[in-house]
Ligand binder design. Sequence first.
Ligand code: DGL
Length: 259
Amino acid sequence: MSNNPIGIFDSGVGGTSIWKEIHGLLPYEDTIYLSDSINAPYGPKGTEKIKELSIKNTELLLKKGCKIIVVACNTATTNAIAYLRNTYDVPFIGIEPAIKPAALNTKTNAIGILATKGTLSSALFSETSDRFASHIKVIEREGKGIVELIENGRLYSDTMRALLLEYLQPMLNANIDHLVLGCTHYPYLIPILLELLPNHVKIIDSGEAVARQTKAVLEKNNLLNLSAEAINLKFYTNGSIDVMYSLLGKGFDVKHLNF
Ligand code: DGL
């Protein structure tokens, strides 16, 4: 089992930002990435539909022999991971907006959170927010339209800049000093955000923490791949292969698959 791949899924191409962190930390592990781009965005779909899509992705990864599943999507994690953990035997790793470090380190007592509607309205998000950030000002904004632009290959567009300016303005008015990226598509916005935000605003995302947690859970379950065989990195998308390449770089094994 330890030679089996790590399965990773997202509502689209965004979770490749998490795949990069995982592959960087665990370069000897096989991975299979599923980009459910045809159903992106998950954010506005409601919990039942998000669960259904998460089940579909999980079952495909399990059929391909994955030993652990990384839900590389904040929206799927906050709406479906409890169900997945209760239903399947493999370990699951999820990702949630990193409110805690932002709330602990803020000096202005104001932090911004950019995430999808599905994440911001989830019970898990409000629990975490109440637990760690009830003493500070939290300015939440739904990143409406951002996932769609990235999925359509329009990351560096005027429309994207205009949307970001609109979403950041109330946060800047409230004098935030931390911006939490609550969606795995958003790390790809960092070069643009660095241009739009004042220098003192720290951008926080959870990718590295997810990779560390994946390693720790593999270790704990004796699932780390200790063999010296060549690794296999597979990417499946039911959307555009070109958009996957634009984020990953060429040279990867990206295939189209209907799922
Ligand atoms: N990457 C997903 C996330 O982390 C995007 C959600 C969506 O498809 O709306 O939430």
